[in-house]
Design a protein around this ligand. Structure first.
Ligand code: DX5
Ligand code: ZN
Length: 221
């Protein structure tokens, strides 16, 4: 099974995006955290900045929208060319209609679940999504600790994906290090967001180490 390492640009130097993107060129996708100071108590950037990242990046964009009213905002990110657009289940008025719209525009459609949001309602809807993001921290800030109590959700998702044979990526985001990536891979994740653990060292080395750790803990599924 393919393992994907998606560094979060939230942990990069905002004054040097071009250079920072160059440092993560060996990663699979660049994770872009959009926060609106309503859905989460933090504010990052919006479509104009994301459009510039899209122009500069040599790897595809993995947009994570932590915003209220994604039904209104998410399509714009698909329109600017983001490869993947993930919105929160807790914020969407009509998740299935929104996911279909994102796919129609040409993006992969992802749905994200906060740590306390149950996965069961989505297990029968997997055909509507290209990615399920299981948050392993409360969304809003980088640098928090991994919540291992979220792992049973991944196991349930992996079982459902294997049973249905659908091509749905299972992503984890928050507190991913060389240690916790093994736990998440073991539980069934295949797509790993890492912010501080990538940018606090030499990103190419960190990406390689994370990839090796994830691969060696991935089951055949
Ligand atoms: C948190 C964001 C994450 C964050 C991860 O709300 O969604 O993508 O950047 O950062 P680390 O890897 O430092 O936990
Ligand atoms: Zn994120």
């Amino acid at each position: 099974m393919t393992v994907r390492i998606n560094p979060s640009i939230l942990a990069a130097d905002f004054a040097n995006f071009e250079r920072e993107l160059g440092r993560i060129a060996t990663a699979d996708l660049v994770h872009v955290d959009i926060m609106d100071n309503h859905f989460v108590p933090n504010l990052t950037f919006g479509p104009a900045m994301t459009e510039r990242l899209q122009e500069l990046s040599t790897i595809p964009l993995d947009v994570h929208l932590m915003v209220d009213d994604p039904d209104r905002w998410a399509p714009g990110y698909a329109e600017l060319g983001a490869y993947s657009v993930t919105f929160h289940a807790e914020a969407a008025a009509d998740a299935v209609t929104l996911a279909r719209r994102l796919r129609d525009i040409g993006s992969r459609a992802g749905i994200a679940l906060k740590p306390d949001t149950p996965v069961e309602p989505y297990l029968d809807l997997l055909q509507e999504f290209d990615q399920v993001l299981v948050m392993t921290v409360e969304p809003g800030f980088g640098g928090q600790s991994f919540i291992s109590a979220t792992m049973p959700k991944l196991a349930a998702l992996r079982e459902a994906v294997t049973r249905t044979g659908l091509d749905v990526w299972l992503q984890v985001d928050g507190g991913i290090t060389e240690t916790t990536i093994a736990i998440a891979a073991e539980a069934g994740a295949d797509t790993f967001v890492a912010g501080s653990s990538v940018f606090r060292g030499e990103p190419a080395d960190q990406i390689r180490a994370l990839r090796t750790a994830a691969q060696s803990h991935t089951h055949a599924h």
